[in-house]
Design a protein around this ligand. Structure first.
Ligand SMILES: C[S@@+](CC[C@H](N)C(=O)[O-])C[C@H]1O[C@@H](n2cnc3c(N)ncnc32)[C@H](O)[C@@H]1O
Length: 505
């Protein structure tokens, strides 16, 4: 890990080496794109401006903006030694305070927007107390749980790249930028969702450690905009030198598809609006909610012996347990049965548990995630009848393989999961056996492989799991029976079998 100065971090300041900037410009030229003007919105010391001037000597106008005045002077020095002041302009400016439409109106087409926007997230910035963020920092006006649980944590570069594409939409232009691969995909998803006029897109992976000394999954993103563009695909090249794409991802049926050709094969399995797969329970205090057993006694993460009503305790599996096919080693305190349940009922239903949570109320009040704000005291998330289904098929969201696990009840109790896992509730062993057969079948595995981006931090998502229509799958496999229909029904109507509903005691 490379330690960096806080202000360098706040400004996502990783200057592109000149040789890399030259390689990028060469790829742009190879694609046949010949710009009349070039814009670098956060130009740093000017490596891209220099490389672009060398590669496109006849360009009519080059404009570079940058927040750091020292960098502006350096970039001016370099560029003015190559081209005249009438063609090259470099100014100090803050991206977030610049009148971009006015600037774009002065640039002749085709326009090349090139560069390497800051590598920093808005939450890293707020931790630094930095103001280097857009005025309206909530990207998609995210609401509710998404905004609260972290989807609102976005890269500053994502916001900037969205703007770059908005400026180019309907114009003849090209965006050529270095960014995180995950950011590139999000920006493309945004453009495709908003039907921006894109003629073609390609993504070239490169070794960020070799060029920048930081281990980030980074790429060069090339997007060619054109007034008549209507492409929703992106070719992926394994290196900057690769001549043929390794795969093509794109926007299809309203979702991002990692491998378009594989997806075509199993497209009939795609279902919209389906549910059934759930994530495990989120509580943000393993110290208090996760108990181990030592010499027949329950011990919490503080090392205290704990005495609680058995009905609030459920055997727990985590991602690592699923991966190792282990039996539960911990027990989770589950103080609610549904999301609308208030743990205050424990006062009557389970007084020892109520006392335990109260005794540690100060620790629970410190739970960081803002999802707990305006919720009853001691509340946890991701609980419903489905959590208490006796049998389950589960999978870890962290692992990079589609390996499902059959989970039977343990010591007569339904097993619960932490929030890194996904599961599908089953009422019986027969349901669990059939579902296992369905999800491990080749069609299911190929269908999900087509949707999943394995290099993502958390590749398997509830959304990808839920887009497989179990009834269509059972039909393809010749397994359509009452059990299959019951499972498929659960994708449309929430699981409400209430064996473990209140009253508990
Ligand atoms: C990753 S560096 C890349 C610099 C240059 N584009 C290159 O490729 O070498 C990001 C640059 O963005 C600049 N920057 C950060 N925040 C900015 C802002 N709000 N407005 C303009 N430039 C900014 C930083 O000073 C830094 O030079």
């Amino acid at each position: 890990m490379v330690l960096t100065h806080p202000s360098k971090t706040a400004f996502g300041d990783f200057q592109t080496p000149l040789n890399l900037a030259r390689e990028v410009c060469a790829l742009v030229a190879q694609s046949g794109f010949d710009p009349a003007s070039i814009l670098e919105p956060t130009c740093g010391i000017g490596a891209f401006l220099q490389a672009a001037l060398e590669t496109f000597p006849h360009v009519r106008r080059i404009l570079g903006l940058e927040i750091n005045p020292h960098y502006v002077s350096k970039a001016q020095e370099v560029c003015l030694s190559i081209a005249s002041q009438t063609r090259v302009e470099i100014h100090q400016a803050d991206f977030f305070l610049t009148d971009w439409p006015a600037i774009m109106a002065t640039l002749p087409e085709p326009i090349l927007v090139i560069g390497n926007p800051p590598w920093v997230t808005n939450s890293a910035l707020s931790a630094l107390g930095s103001a280097n963020t857009p005025v309206k920092a909530n990207l998609d006006n995210l609401r509710g749980i998404d905004a609260l649980t972290g989807k609102s944590n976005f890269d500053i570069s994502e916001w900037m790249l969205r703007k770059n594409l908005e400026w180019l939409d309907g114009k003849h232009g090209m965006l050529a930028v270095l960014c995180k691969t995950a950011v590139a995909r999000k920006v493309l998803a945004y453009a495709w969702q908003h039907r921006m006029r894109i003629a073609s897109a390609s993504l070239y992976r490169f070794d960020s450690r070799a060029h920048f000394g930081v281990a980030v999954d980074a790429c060069l993103l090339l997007i060619h905009s054109h007034p008549a563009g209507n492409s929703q695909q992106c070719a992926v090249f394994s290196t900057l030198q690769a001549r043929y794409p390794a795969s093509v991802f794109g926007w299809q049926d309203g979702v991002m598809v990692a491998d378009l050709s594989l997806y075509q094969k199993w497209r009939s399995l795609f279902g919209t609006g389906l549910k059934g797969w759930r994530s495990g329970i989120k509580h943000d205090s393993s110290q208090l909610f996760e108990l181990r057993i030592e010499h027949g006694k329950l011990i919490n993460g503080l090392g205290e012996v704990v005495d609680l009503e058995p009905d609030v305790l459920f055997p727990l599996l985590k991602s690592s347990d699923l991966a190792a096919h282990r039996q539960p080693r911990l027990w989770m305190v589950v103080p609610q049965r549904t999301m609308s349940d208030d743990p205050i009922r424990l006062q009557i239903d389970a007084p020892k548990t109520w006392h335990y949570l109260n005794k540690h109320a100060h620790l629970l009040a410190k739970r960081k995630s803002s999802i707990y704000k305006n919720r009853p005291r001691f509340a946890i998330f991701g609980v419903g009848s489905y959590s208490f289904a006796p049998w389950k098929i589960a999978i870890s969201g962290l692992y990079k393989k589609l390996e499902f696990v059959k989970v039977p009840p343990y010591q007569g109790r339904p097993v619960v999961f932490d929030d890194t896992c996904y599961f599908f509730p089953c009422e019986s062993e027969a349901e669990c056996d059939l579902l296992y057969e369905l999800v491990m079948s080749d069609p299911a595995q190929e269908f999900w492989s087509a949707l999943i981006f394995w290099d993502a931090k958390r590749p398997i998502t509830a959304q990808s799991l839920n887009s497989l229509n179990l009834l269509a799958l059972a039909q393809i496999l010749g397994k359509t029976n009452d059990t299959a229909r019951a499972l498929a029904e659960r994708q449309v109507v929430e699981y409400t079998v209430g064996n473990y509903q209140r009253p508990l005691l």
